[in-house]
Design a protein around this ligand. Structure first.
Ligand SMILES: Nc1ncnc2c1ncn2[C@@H]1O[C@H](COP(=O)(O)OP(=O)(O)OP(=O)(O)O)[C@@H](O)[C@H]1O
Length: 400
């Protein structure tokens, strides 16, 4: 981050945004890596240096409620850090508090009110005033407006922009909400499972996203029109745990643009579904017996699961994964059919092995790194490293 800049970290819930933020100020000790501030590695700071650093970098949180003592007036809450820093003159503290309250759009008289008397938006203003009392160089704001009404969100974000200009602050804002990031950020970092997958100016990232995950995030922004279902990019698959991320590209288990094996021609959406089948096989969660039992419930009462033919079971398996009953590429079709035969003859290990060997993707074995792209921003995707042509999906998002 540069002085005076606003950078946003955006990503789904649980991807590690808050952990990254608290590691930046060592509220949490990172297990590896470095955090540099003004050229110094803060992970090596001793207690005194850390204390000084934490004055320069203030943090505000989603829920201002929990950061206030209900028995302390607003004025006392803002003045507290000043007193801790050794400002003993009570009158001077009161003057500073009054000035800060006015700067964040409250009245000097609000100093005597208590947290429960304030709305969520007003509390977040007080949170900002308290952070500013330390005269920081940087503010880290973790979901600062998520708990607020949409109309208030915009006001608080506008206030943050004003304060940034007035005080020359750097702001790192964390949010799962792209609209929030778009409103105030100069640069945007997109995070997936604890890693940055794209980093660029807000205009680069929002108008010409380079990573499939960013494209999917942007396509999922709801519009005002209830009949508009966006561009229909739906991320399949469960969100993996950041503590046990997938091999290769961490996004490959859900990526709608996963790279196809060279020797086959799939429709991209069908390829994704075949990868979903592979993953379920790996997890051991494809239950062929359960499928037969479902089929039987739709039949004559005296039939048993054993009466369900292999052909019917395979057809149901395809339906289950939304895989067409015949693939356009005949070689791919025969591999898939053979794997389904393995499955219905109770040999999931063979099915797994066959699909893993024939339908392998570099995305599951190679880890991409953040690289410069021709669009300007950096992104980490093997598709970009291998200069593969854009998928249909990418073209849809761009032309929208
Ligand atoms: N780099 C990482 N390596 C391993 N585990 C991680 C990493 N980052 C985060 N985690 C773990 O993932 C979980 C979610 O992290 P975190 O709360 O930071 O995500 P978040 O994006 O802020 O989610 P939310 O928006 O729901 O608060 C936590 O249990 C955290 O310990």
């Amino acid at each position: 981050m540069y002085p005076g800049e606003t950078v946003g970290i955006v990503g789904e819930s649980g991807c590690g945004k808050s952990t990254a933020a608290s590691s930046l100020i060592r509220l949490e000790e990172p297990t590896e890596g470095t955090v540099r501030f003004d050229g110094e590695d803060i992970t090596r700071y001793d207690q005194a240096e850390l204390k000084a650093f934490r004055r320069r970098v203030q943090m505000i949180f989603q829920d201002p409620e929990s950061s206030f003592d209900p028995r302390m007036s607003i004025g006392e809450a803002i003045a507290e850090p000043l007193a801790v820093q050794g400002l003993t003159d009570a009158r001077r503290r009161r003057e500073i508090v009054a000035d800060l309250l006015e700067r964040v759009g409250l009245a000097a008289g609000d100093a005597d009110r208590y947290p429960h008397e304030l709305s969520g938006g007003q509390k977040q203003r007080v949170g900002l005033a308290r952070a500013l009392s330390m005269n920081p160089d940087m503010i880290i704001a973790d979901e600062p407006v998520s708990a607020l009404d949409v109309s208030i969100q915009s006001e608080i974000l506008a206030l943050m922009t004003d304060l940034q200009e007035t005080f020359g602050l750097s702001i790192l804002i964390i949010s799962h909400n792209l609209a929030v990031i778009r409103q105030i950020c100069d640069r945007v970092a997109v995070m997936y499972l604890g890693e940055l997958v794209e980093l660029g100016t807000a205009s680069e990232v929002f108008t010409n996203p380079q990573h499939p995950y960013t494209r999917a995030l942007l396509a999922s922004i709801p519009t005002a029109d209830p009949t508009d279902r966006g561009m229909g990019i739906e991320l399949t698959g469960d969100v993996p745990s950041p503590s046990n991320p997938p091999t290769g590209c961490r996004f490959h288990t859900r990526c709608p643009e996963i790279i196809q094996p060279e020797d086959y021609e799939f429709e991209q959406s069908v390829w994704r579904r075949i990868m979903d089948l592979r993953q379920k096989l790996d997890q051991g969660t494809v239950d062929v017996d359960a499928i037969r039992e479902v089929v039987v419930t739709e039949r004559e009462p005296d039939e048993t699961p054993d009466d369900v033919s292999a052909t019917e079971t395979k057809a149901r398996l395809r339906d289950e994964f939304a895989i067409p009953h015949s693939l356009d590429d005949s070689r791919a079709e025969s591999v898939l059919e053979a794997a389904l035969d393995d499955l219905v003859s109770d040999n999931p290990a063979a099915a797994r092995e066959r699909l893993a060997t024939e339908f392998a993707t570099p995305c599951e074995s190679q880890s991409p790194t953040l690289e410069d792209t021709t669009a300007g921003q950096t992104a980490s995707c093997l598709r970009l490293e291998n200069e593969l042509p854009p998928t249909e999906l990418e073209q849809t998002v761009r032309s929208d």
